[in-house]
Design a protein around this ligand. Sequence first.
Ligand code: GUN
Ligand code: FE
Length: 402
Amino acid sequence: SSNESAAGIAHVYRGTFVHATYHTAVEILEDGLLGVDTEGKIAFIGSGKEVDRLSQKWGFEAFAVTQLGQHEFFMPGMVDTHIHASQYSYAGTALDMPLLQWLNMYTFPVEACYKDLEFARNVYTHIVKRTLRNGTTTACYFATIHTDASLLLGQIANDFGQRALVGKVSKKETLPVVTPRFAPSCSATLLGHLGEIAQNNDLHIQSHISETKEEVNLVKELFPDYDSYTDVYHRHNLLTDKTVMAHGCHLTDGELKLFRETGASIAHCPNSNISLCSGMLDVRRVLNHKVKLGLGTDVAGGYSPSMLDAVRRTLDTSKALTIQDTQYHTLTFEEVFRLATLGGSQALSLDENTGNFEVGKDFDALRVNTDAAGGPIDLINHGEGPKVYVAGKRVVPFVERP
Ligand code: GUN
Ligand code: FE
């Protein structure tokens, strides 16, 4: 039937809803009423005071409404716009050497192990479960060059109910991402072919850009005929409105302009940027250029798989920039909340489906109980904590471990 209410209401929740909108960094709906249909989509959102009218309109019984407790609220699931699933086993190693050295010492040798599917299954299962427990309902993953293992990551994310974009993979609800590692590891011919594949199939694209000064200089040497690092990707059709580029610490205004014009976005990975001494991304400058931006954990350049850590590090970096320049327009925690949710889904071009509580989007949500273990701080480390819903379906309990 084409009658929208015929889809049926599967769940109705009443209580506090906290989310970002396109106009407001944080909107708080007290005594809200939200209905989820049988496909996991938000059917309606209104006031709890309208429960009688809405139950008539949507055909649910008022007694079937789930009432949140006084200390509970729903927030959107968080979006990790850049994470290497294949690097989880050595998180914590990227603390005492620069990027290019760390890649040679840890990343390239360990990533070679993913030709072994059982090795891959073990790490990929752990990272998907862990990020879900930490409240990441959407993740944009780098896998490795191994097709079978990359398909397996897509399968595991799918089985656990995580919305995933996976580099090197195409299967079922898991979206494939064209994934050149970074310009230094690619020839112009390879970049050209990848751009063509992405264009012909309307695919997501992800890579790294301008993470360290050393890398920027290397790209200048390797691609002398291009105007900039960004131009290397742009001239191979790899900058589109479905492109997300990690880091971007050292981009020029001209390069940011090209991001804006093409609709490409940036994954801000503050833990990684500081751990590897790569640089401090000036997020305010990126936002002033009206370039889309989300947050990424960048495991294992970043040592934490938790998006709450990415939120804290984003604030830290913004405050460090403020210490250097007292005139700096520091990011507010409300703005960073938006970046971790709606901003991330915009950066991944998934905001038609997720990122906040709008009718028609999937109900990807965290149910937070600030009284779970004596207050919000304890909650983060020990509490029973929020429960994760993806498209209306309960997934796993949320606990952030340090
Ligand atoms: N640049 C190219 N590959 C990588 C990687 O694996 N991690 C980080 N942080 N930067 C990269
Ligand atoms: Fe990365």
